[in-house]
Design a protein. Structure first.
Ligand code: C2O
Ligand code: CU
Ligand code: CU
Length: 487
């Protein structure tokens, strides 16, 4: 179903009041629910997840593709989420989601996409530092039957990135059906660190999502006027396309490369036994030193690499969970002997930080609800024919993002790896947010200050995007475009 921003004109008065005056939180929840019919969650759309037949499946590991030339087919398919039920889906070379691309920093790659579905599609490399013509945003959409090749030299640090649909107004629905996958960049530094790196054995990709299903097993993507701002949360929590699967872990350090691949759900991750783990990487780089945590908050599109130590835990069973909704993502059984030994180093990298004193200007971005226009940035709804910002190459800038609403948002900048300077006016930022990032969480009424520098790729005509990565917000206007210009 296509969500047009026009639908905001019909926002219920209660929701509108909330959005535009930002009055209160909890109460509105309760009040809103009384408007729903039986079986309807607050985000609209029935969810029959609980009544469909399930058995415990092993954690799927997306196929690893290595090299410099990749052929990816965007296809219509069927995927078995529930026993004996074929759910219509989209996938990339696969029935749901797509392979993990391993790219080597410095190598020149060609990623050739063919669109065989009956909709326009663009596939964006999220976190990839590439020229705007290779970004895979709405300006590189493929019509049904068309192909497009992303051809570039990998030019960034080792990190876990991803690709996903970025089709104008259709990103939410196409990602929901399965158009996403991981891109892992490796370099000499990641080679040298004594970290778990046996893919699928002790180096485990986790694309975390939640989905709603109809009673016939089909995916139900029908966010209503409340779900668009507040989030469209399903009852089926899944990892790599399997609902609450089982992972047999070796009794050693295990690295999880976690992507919040949901459309619009915040995840507060941790293990059922409360154990601590080490976060070693943010969206686009290692952290300088591992950060010990027992809960990890990830907003949609953010990544974190963590290492958890199961040495001495042979025979233990636990789960990786979302503590906000108390749902299981992955069942873990520590049942295998360690096949290698690794040790997270106490120092991972040294990051070249930009100096705020070098900043040449400050840009301010207000994330707002606007009567009659829905969700906007600086009063404007996304227009692919309008350039909102012209950002000169090689200049240090401060970008201030203000969430003027009471609902959660985040902010993503294409092709750019920034650092967080301040949260809510304080420069005392959490230790696990001190790596390079491309997406930053901004809770209701919060603000962040980022230090940003556009490097390498200027283009006077083809823009990149910045936007909220809650996909229903993005699809409904909360996105803008910038050109990187030669000075
Ligand atoms: Cu993950 Cu503009 O996208
Ligand atoms: Cu992106
Ligand atoms: Cu948002």
């Amino acid at each position: 179903m296509i969500m047009h921003r026009r639908q905001f004109l019909t926002l219920s008065s209660a929701t509108a009041l909330y959005l535009f005056t930002g009055c209160s939180d909890g109460n509105t929840n309760g009040r809103q629910q009384t408007h729903m019919g039986p079986g309807m969650g607050p985000s609209g759309g029935n969810d029959a997840s609980g009544s469909l037949p399930q058995t415990l499946k092993p954690l799927p590991i997306p196929q690893a593709l290595r090299g410099t030339s990749f052929n990816l087919t965007i296809q219509q398919s069927q995927h078995e989420f529930f026993n004996g039920i074929s759910t219509p889906t989209y996938g990339v070379n696969s029935s749901y989601l797509g392979p993990t691309l391993f790219l080597r920093n410095g190598s020149t790659v060609s990623i050739h996409f063919t669109n065989t579905i009956n909709e326009r599609v663009s596939i964006h490399g999220h976190g990839m530092h590439v020229p705007p013509s290779m970004d895979g945003n709405t300006h590189q959409e493929m019509a049904p039957g068309e192909s497009w090749t992303a051809h570039y030299t990998v030019n960034q640090k080792a990190s876990t990135n991803w690709y996903h649909s970025h089709t104008l107004h259709q990103t939410g629905s196409q990602v929901y059906k399965g158009l996403a996958g991981l891109i892992i960049v490796e370099d000499a530094q990641s080679d040298a660190l004594n970290l778990p790196k046996r893919y699928g054995e002790d180096d485990i990709p986790l694309v975390l999502q939640d989905r709603k299903f109809n009673s016939d097993g089909s995916l139900n993507y029908t966010p209503n006027m409340r779900a668009i701002p507040f989030g469209y949360v399903g009852e089926s929590f899944m990892a790599n396309g399997a609902i609450e699967p089982l992972f047999h872990a070796e009794a050693k350090e295990i690295r999880f490369r976690i992507l919040n691949g949901s459309n619009s759900t915040m995840y507060e991750l941790g293990f059922s036994d409360g154990r601590s783990f080490k976060q070693i990487a943010t969206d686009n780089s290692f952290l300088e030193t591992p950060v010990t945590l027992n809960r990890l908050l990830l907003s949609p599109a953010e990544r974190a690499e963590i290492v958890v130590d199961f040495s001495g835990d042979l025979g233990k069973e636990l789960t990786l969970r979302d503590f906000r909704r108390n749902k299981t993502f992955v069942n873990i059984s520590v049942s295998k002997n360690a096949a290698s030994s690794t040790k997270v180093p106490s120092r991972l990298t040294t990051l070249q930080k930009l100096n705020p004193a070098d900043a040449t200007r400050t840009r301010v971005f207000n994330l707002e609800g606007k009567m009659g226009q829905g969700l906007v940035i600086n009063g404007k709804s996304m227009d692919p024919n309008r350039i909102d910002e012209r950002v000169p190459l090689n200049q240090v800038e401060i970008w201030e993002i203000h969430n003027r609403m009471h609902i959660d948002h985040n902010f993503h900048i294409h092709a750019t790896h920034f650092m967080l300077l301040e949260r809510n006016g304080s420069s005392n930022i959490p230790a696990n947010e001190r790596g390079f990032k491309d997406t930053i969480y901004i809770p209701g009424r919060g603000s962040v200050k980022l230090i940003v520098k556009m490097v390498d790729y200027a283009d006077e005509t083809i823009p990149y995007m910045y936007h909220c990565h809650f996909l229903e917000h993005e699809d409904n206007g909360m996105m803008g475009q910038f050109l990187v210009t030669n000075v």
